[in-house]
Design a protein around this ligand. Structure first.
Ligand code: ATP
Ligand code: MG
Ligand code: FE
Length: 354
């Protein structure tokens, strides 16, 4: 099927076009620059930016793919989770297009779309979902380990963060280290020249009272916590400033990153082993992180788990991931959405289509 994908859940206006398992176009306009001076995304600004960027981005995508709107078989759009006002812009536009062109509409889950795009390779060709698959979803707002039986109708939450998301931890820690926004790429870069063993930062929820044993699992065995980590980094930085020393930013960034990536990969791999899952997909903006990709590949390799990671350019928000999930849904014969679906800012990950 030829599927148009529309993404407007946060600050990226994304339009992707997929034909079957092949990506034809992926155009992204970001309002990130307009949020930089606030240190985070301002919902009202994001929504207005989507309204302005939507049509030009759509035109570019259709041109790049060399297709006409009339040719598409279905329109997929992010229905949630995300910023309500931002979601409404994309969803309203998608409904208008679907109605005018007489195409089926799929209001889809943004998080499952992050996972679906992991199956794409560097050339934009997607492979089928392997059997017994888990997904490690690490983004700006979510950190979850999932069992993925089918991208059309079977996603189950195994564990998640109980406070900050991994991307949020990167963004907050980068801000306190003065590395700017967004923090993920900034810390990834700063960490390259730092020593990851310089500081031993906490690995949240790894104590026996939280984890229990495989036979008798504790409540937080498969969960993460990242809020204590930024406090630990802040305290370590203060030790230097209070004594008039320069803050060792690169060492702090590298040690912070090592703590995040260590506990993310250790718990994800163990969850797979304990649930009999032999394959893992990585998805979400933090999936672009170089150290996460490296350590996860190493640990999955050692555990005999087949790891599939998305191309770096498809990790952060884009329309290709929505189109990719849409194509899966059409191919699986999933029923389309009705044209009166709402935007759901807190859509749970196991609701794939609204
Ligand atoms: P969600 O998908 O949960 O709704 P979101 O869409 O805002 O949240 P994404 O676009 O998936 O988030 O990812 C953005 C996040 O990814 C930001 O927190 C950003 O700092 C982080 N990120 C991007 N690149 C990297 C990197 N190289 N290393 C670590 N984090 C990164
Ligand atoms: Mg973004
Ligand atoms: Fe996202």
């Amino acid at each position: 099927p030829l599927v148009l994908g529309i993404e407007t859940s946060c600050d990226e206006t994304g339009i992707g076009i997929v034909r079957g398992t092949h990506l034809l176009a992926n155009e992204v306009a970001s309002s990130m620059d307009e949020h930089v001076r606030y240190g985070g995304v301002i919902p009202e600004i994001a929504a207005r930016a989507h309204l302005e960027a939507f049509t030009p981005t759509l035109r570019r995508a259709l041109e790049t793919a060399d297709v006409e709107l009339e040719e598409v078989d279905a329109i997929a759009v992010t229905a949630g989770p995300g910023l309500a006002g931002a979601l409404m812009v994309g969803l309203s536009a998608a409904k208008g297009l679907a109605l005018a062109a007489g195409k089926p509409l799929y209001g889809v889950n943004h998080l499952v779309a992050h996972v679906a795009v992991a199956l794409a390779d560097q050339h934009g060709n997607s492979s089928p979902l392997p059997e017994n698959t888990a997904a490690l979803l690490v983004s700006g707002g979510h950190t979850e380990i999932l069992r993925v039986g089918s991208l059309a109708d079977d996603v189950e939450l195994i564990g998640s963060t109980i406070d900050d998301a991994a991307g949020e931890a990167y963004d907050k820690t980068a801000r306190l280290l003065g590395l700017g926004y967004p923090g993920g790429p900034a810390i990834d870069a700063a960490a390259r020249t730092g020593d990851p063993q310089a500081f031993r930062f906490p690995r949240g929820l790894t104590m026996p009272k939280f984890e229990g044993t495989a036979q008798n699992p504790g409540k937080h065995r498969h969960n993460w916590s990242f809020s204590g980590l930024k406090t630990a980094v802040a305290r370590a930085a203060e030790q230097f400033t209070s004594q008039g020393f320069a803050v060792p930013t690169a060492d702090l960034a590298a040690s912070f990153q090592e703590a995040v990536v260590d506990v993310l990969t250790a718990k994800a791999v163990r969850a797979c082993q304990e649930q009999g899952l032999t394959s893992m997909l990585l998805g979400g903006g933090v999936a672009a992180n170089s150290r996460l990709r490296e350590l996860l590949a190493q640990r999955c390799g050692a555990a005999g788990i087949q790891l599939t990671v998305p191309p770096v350019r498809l990790c952060t928000d884009n329309g290709a991931m929505v189109a990719a999930l849409g194509a899966h849904l059409v191919s699986a014969g999933a029923p389309p959405s009705s044209l009166d679906i709402p935007a759901d800012s807190s859509l749970p990950v196991d609701r794939i289509v609204v």
